[in-house]
Ligand binder design. Structure first.
Ligand SMILES: Cc1cc2nc3c(=O)[nH]c(=O)nc-3n(C[C@H](O)[C@H](O)[C@H](O)COP(=O)(O)OP(=O)(O)OC[C@H]3O[C@@H](n4cnc5c(N)ncnc54)[C@H](O)[C@@H]3O)c2cc1C
Length: 364
């Protein structure tokens, strides 16, 4: 469950103080956090307070003119030029604040820049463009010299807390699937499902505005076609599972990641190798890059036989998908319903399936 946690409302700044309502709210929240008055945080040491007053000590003004999900990534990066690395990382995100990565765009980039988050591929809507840009910026982070003025920016120990079970993508629980019902009439062009889950097992509740995250499994038919293209056996062991299980449960089969093209470039030669290299660098030598899911990539470089273990390693981990909860916990305690629009489309002659929407519509 993805929840927005509300900050505590303690009043420290009196109503009569010469601040607007929003300034008073901000100052109250800031002081509550800094002084540890909400009982959940320990007060900061004086030098930590100094580093908070000068936001992150990097001189950035906190403005984000690129925070517009309709703006292309090249324009966003241009607007962020000259900014500290963490802000350029934020400009690389898809700017949707959708929560699928487990953060908002700004917090995700701050977490990467402070090295408390190592995963660079969590921005689902940003896709390969964002992942590529984050990788390049992360290389800059690795090369960056140590902070020049330790007197201004003290090292703050970052402690990670494990979220409550079922409240974050990093600590999921199992929910019981109850039923699905197609909401459209026969012949409709739309395919929208009413889906129900029982949450009484894990004892989860939710409030208005929460969304429900699903870790879906890939379609077995697609998995088996990929295994056939690899010329491998379903039962080959990969990371303690069969190849079939690993491809079904662990990795994304769409779109083909740069790392798969890198792997292909290592095991082919000549023009094929050049093409794979160019695709791995985000180029589009045959103007078909946007259509290349994992199976289409294997078909494009037909006859390659990567080792199943190397192949699985070259793929991206499966990401959860979020769905707005369309029921009320007050009205139906322990139950949860979703309204899901199914994603199906055709590229060339092959039907492509949205991972989570078709999982909910036909595979769970
Ligand atoms: C906070 C939040 C709440 C949401 N709530 C809901 C909700 O209540 N109900 C709901 O249905 N969805 C909701 N979504 C969207 C949902 O999370 C998924 O993104 C959606 O269901 C598609 O996921 P999928 O795994 O089925 O498809 P994916 O496997 O992610 O495939 C989708 C991708 O397929 C490609 N694609 C799709 N159509 C075509 C086409 N015609 N041609 C070429 N490529 C195409 C695009 O690249 C697209 O990004 C929500 C998202 C967020 C962030």
């Amino acid at each position: 469950m993805n929840q927005i946690v509300k900050p505590p409302r303690l009043e420290i700044i009196p109503q009569s103080a010469p601040f607007s309502e929003s300034q008073r709210l901000w100052l109250n929240g800031f002081l509550v956090g800094m002084l540890g008055l909400d009982g959940t945080a320990s007060p900061l040491a004086p030098e930590q307070g100094i580093s908070m007053l000068a936001p992150s000590g990097d001189g950035d003004d906190g403005e984000a003119p690129w925070h517009d999900q309709t703006m292309p990534i090249a324009d966003r990066m241009k607007l962020a030029e000259g900014r500290p690395l963490r802000r350029r990382m934020m400009a690389a995100m898809a700017q949707q604040d959708c929560g699928q990565c487990g953060y908002n765009c700004s917090d995700y980039s701050d977490a990467i820049a402070s090295r408390s988050e190592a995963r660079l591929n969590l921005c689902v809507p940003g896709g390969k463009e964002t992942a590529r840009m984050l990788k390049a910026l992360h290389e800059e982070l690795d090369k960056a010299p140590a902070a020049p003025s330790p007197a201004v920016v003290p090292a703050v120990k970052v402690s990670t807390t494990i979220a409550e079970p079922g409240r974050s993508r990093d600590n999921p629980v199992s929910a019981k699937f109850v039923s699905r019902r197609l909401l459209n009439k026969k012949g409709s062009e739309k395919e929208t499902w009413h889906i129900e889950f029982d949450l009484s097992g894990p004892g989860l509740d939710y409030v208005v505005g929460d969304s429900f995250g699903i870790f879906a499994h890939n379609d077995l038919g697609l998995v088996d076609q990929i295994i056939a293209l690899l010329g491998a056996s379903h039962t080959t062991q990969v990371n303690g599972k069969t190849l079939r299980q690993a491809l079904t449960e662990d990795v994304s089969l769409s779109p083909a990641p740069d790392t798969l093209f890198e792997l292909i470039s290592f095991i082919t030669g000549g023009a094929q190798r050049e093409k794979a290299r160019s695709l791995a660098q985000g180029e589009d030598p045959d103007r078909d890059a946007a259509t290349l899911d994992v199976m289409a990539a294997l078909q494009k470089f037909s006859g390659i036989r990567p080792h199943p273990e190397a192949f699985v390693e070259a793929l991206e981990p499966l990401q959860p998908r979020l769905y707005s909860i369309s029921s009320s916990h007050n009205a139906t305690p322990g139950k949860l319903s979703l309204t899901v629009d199914c994603v199906r489309y055709v590229v060339g002659k092959r039907k492509r399936l949205g991972l989570a929407s078709t999982f909910l519509a036909e595979r769970v």
